[in-house]
Design a protein around this ligand. Structure first.
Ligand code: SF4
Ligand code: SF4
Length: 190
């Protein structure tokens, strides 16, 4: 190694350390962008697409949503054809044996919601589907409907409902089978 190369090496090392330190210091003094979820919550765009909300009593099991799904992650089974009863506005006929979505595949593209003739499948506002097994991310919506639910209850929700106001409200909404304000924004909570 020549003397020139020796000093060039020292210069390069110092330049590299200085550049790294400058980047670190720049971010060190910037405002924090992460929040302590679920105590704090960021707002979502009005058209945010989260875990589906499904109205089983309006589903005629026509398979239009499943056919539109680009990754084939909707599974539907029925005993016989179903159609909307004009008097009640609810689906009647065969039994909806299964309506499931595999969230390990779902792209949250919303293509399933567009062809639905009865407007019974919606993109929701919840985004958390943490679970202990891969099987648990296949949500059986027809089974949830038997419990009066339109969407699954995330694991963290019941644990935090006792001490976080907005989580309590959201849990009450999900348990009551009420759709979220699907067109509106979700307010930020700091
Ligand atoms: S959001 Fe897209 S990927 Fe997910 S179930 Fe609907 S169509 Fe399929
Ligand atoms: S398109 Fe609508 S009515 Fe038809 S199976 Fe899907 S959710 Fe049910």
């Amino acid at each position: 190694m020549t003397v020139r190369e020796y000093f060039q090496d020292i210069f390069d090392t110092l330049t590299s350390i200085t550049t790294g330190l400058k980047i670190t210091l720049k971010y060190f003094f910037q405002k924090t962008v992460t929040v302590q979820y679920p105590e704090q919550r960021l707002s979502f765009a009005p058209r945010y697409r989260g875990i589906h909300e499904f109205e089983a009593d309006k589903c005629i099991a026509c398979d239009m949503c499943a056919k539109a799904c680009p990754v084939d992650c909707i599974y539907i089974d029925k005993t016989a054809p179903r159609k909307i009863d004009k008097k009640t506005g609810k689906a009647a006929g065969g039994e909806l044996l299964r309506y499931a979505i595999d969230y390990s595949k779902c792209l949250f593209c919303a293509l399933c919601t567009e062809p639905c003739p009865t407007d019974c499948i919606h993109m929701g506002k919840l985004h958390d589907l943490s679970s202990f097994s891969r099987e648990d991310v296949v949500v059986e919506f027809a089974e949830l409907a038997k419990k009066g639910l339109k969407t699954p209850v995330p694991l963290w929700m019941e644990r935090n409902a006792g001490n976080i106001g907005w989580v309590k409200e959201e849990l009450e909404r999900v348990k009551a089978g009420v759709l979220p304000p699907l067109g509106g924004d979700i307010p930020q909570i700091k």
